[in-house]
Write a protein that binds this ligand. Structure first.
Ligand code: G
Ligand code: G
Ligand code: NA
Ligand code: MN
Length: 253
């Protein structure tokens, strides 16, 4: 349990960093924004990736405080961009265990209004399981925030249990197609057919699509061809520290 003690201290001392990975608008050929991905700057272990501590944070409830730190850091970054006249959108990941008490809608609204940013610039990434686990309260949470203007992204789309009826029941703004479907899209006709169908379906529901895990130049032409508007992946950039993001994004697309 020493990792838990370390994590408690990390929360107190804010030993975290937000890394940003660009999301590119393939239609307009410009940067659309970024996904925020947390890292733990451990005093002895160095940079710890989220997979190594988010599950523990969820078990121990520390995820709530970590989530509030992420929210504040993301909003400060948006305010900073606004001062520079940059219109980018940021998306933050939200775990099921943060919903609803860990991230109350009034807290989100208060944060954006204090910093003078629009809710439309802060997207919330959830996974499909979140709304199925405790349908009542999670659904109310989602609906309240969506009505307040926060875009909702469905993360890792295609890997869980979402069906057409799921998408009809829970309205979201954007589907993020999981990287496992993009990886072989240039060579696997099945994956290509699947992503083509997802894009067509998203359109008919009025949703946007972000392709995740875009690693090759070939992916870009293909995705553009099937009408997928947004892309994210190592081809453009790995997640980078906030301080480097604007420099990195100058090279994009
Ligand atoms: O950064 P990386 O690509 O290693 O992210 C791995 C996973 O960690 C992602 O699936 C993402 O959902 C999760 N993750 C990253 N940042 C956060 C965060 O701020 N909050 C939560 N709850 N999960 C995060
Ligand atoms: O929240 P989510 O699970 O979608 O987090 C995205 C994860 O995917 C992060 O761990 C991020 O570092 C990773 N990632 C981002 N772009 C790429 C990519 O092009 N290829 C691969 N393999 N992983 C990526
Ligand atoms: Na995500
Ligand atoms: Mn994802």
């Amino acid at each position: 349990r020493s990792l838990e003690l370390d994590l408690r201290r990390a929360v107190r001392e804010e030993q975290f960093a937000l890394f940003l990975q660009p999301i590119v608008d393939l239609e307009r050929n410009c940067l659309a924004g970024a996904e925020a991905l947390i890292r733990w700057q451990h005093p002895d272990r160095g940079l710890v990736p989220p997979d190594a501590f988010i599950p523990l944070a969820e078990e121990t409830g520390l995820i709530s405080d970590i989530g509030l730190w992420v929210l504040e850091t993301a909003c400060r970054t948006l305010a900073d961009w606004k001062r520079q006249g940059l219109p980018y959108r940021l998306s933050v990941n939200v775990s099921g265990s943060q919903i609803p008490e860990g991230l109350p809608p009034p807290v989100l609204l208060d944060q954006v209004s204090r910093l003078g940013i629009s809710p439309s610039q802060l997207a919330l990434e959830i996974t499909e399981g979140v709304l199925l686990s405790d349908v009542g309260s999670a659904q109310t949470w989602l609906q309240t925030l969506r009505e307040a203007g926060f875009p909702i992204y469905l993360d890792d789309f295609g890997t869980g249990y979402s069906s057409l009826s799921y998408l009809k029941r829970f309205s979201v703004d954007t589907l993020k197609v999981d990287k496992s479907f993009i990886r072989d899209i240039a060579t696997d006709p099945g994956d290509q057919a699947l992503v083509t169908a997802v894009v067509a379906m998203a359109r008919s529901f009025g949703m946007d699509v972000v392709a995740e895990g875009v690693e090759q130049a070939e992916h870009i032409g293909l995705l553009r061809g099937i009408g997928c508007r947004y892309a994210q992946g190592y081809y453009f950039s790995r997640p980078v520290p906030i301080e480097s993001f604007l420099d990195v994004s100058e090279q994009i697309p």
